[in-house]
Write a protein that binds this ligand. Structure first.
Ligand code: DX5
Ligand code: ZN
Length: 227
């Protein structure tokens, strides 16, 4: 079992006082921050771009995982690398050339994540399974924080873990959307090890550390029960 990571999503951070929330995430012992990039086309919401990622980079040494929910991600990879991204995740639904985009990210020297929407079957990533560092299974439809976890994704997580094992592939399984103290143990039991949470961490301000620790404990309880 890979190490369980709780990854706070900046989508629910206070953008009027980003440094305060980032410091809080650091104090929790988070190893990375999740940055949701939305363009109003691939998803119905708009968030921020490389400029803000660069500002976040200047505020912390934490790894920055950039989740691109934009059309034509290939056009913006370099900009996010220059801004200080530590990892880039693209959506499998983004176009016919997922393999090419993966190669481009690797060529820029970064670990690669591939995300799949709730309606996208796992076979969409079958042929690139050995090329990725992280598989991000969306547990809500991307676009907004604070949505309800789609429990039909649990068997998909189990299947992804199996697929990886059968292929001898070595990647993290991340879940994104609706992660709270109730759903955290469920996704860990199913095989996820990276739990991205916005409303469940920053959304609990001012009790960010309490919320982070509660999520971590909930996630880890699923492991210790198995052991
Ligand atoms: C949703 C984003 C998520 C979002 C999760 O499209 O990709 O990263 O921050 O938010 P919560 O944890 O609030 O469901
Ligand atoms: Zn995300």
């Amino acid at each position: 079992m890979r190490e369980i990571q709780i990854m706070p999503s900046l989508l629910s951070a206070d953008f009027g006082n980003l440094s305060k929330d980032i410091n809080a995430a650091e104090a929790c012992g988070a190893s990375a921050l999740h940055c949701d990039i939305m363009d109003g086309h691939f998803v119905p919401n708009i968030t921020f771009g490389p400029m803000i990622v660069k500002a976040v980079r200047s505020l912390t040494n934490l790894a920055l995982h950039v989740h691109l929910m934009i059309e034509h991600p290939e056009r913006y990879l370099e900009a996010f690398v220059e801004a200080g991204a530590s990892e880039i995740t693209v959506h499998a639904e983004n176009g016919p050339h997922l393999h090419r985009v993966i190669e481009q990210i690797k060529g820029l020297g970064l670990p690669v994540g591939v995300a799949i929407n709730p309606s996208t079957p796992l076979c969409a990533i079958g042929n690139v399974i050995n090329d990725i560092d992280l598989l991000l299974i969306m547990t809500v439809n991307p676009g907004f924080g604070g949505q309800r976890f789609i429990s039909d994704m649990l068997p998909k997580i189990e299947k992804a873990r199996q697929m990886g094992e059968e292929a001898g592939a070595d990647f993290d399984i991340a879940v994104d959307g609706g992660i709270d103290v109730t759903t955290a143990p469920m996704v860990v039991r199913a095989g996820a090890n990276v739990l991205i949470a916005g409303a469940g961490v920053f959304g609990k301000r001012p009790r960010i550390m309490e919320a982070f620790n509660a999520l971590k404990a909930a996630a880890e309880s699923a492991v210790s029960k198995e052991a």
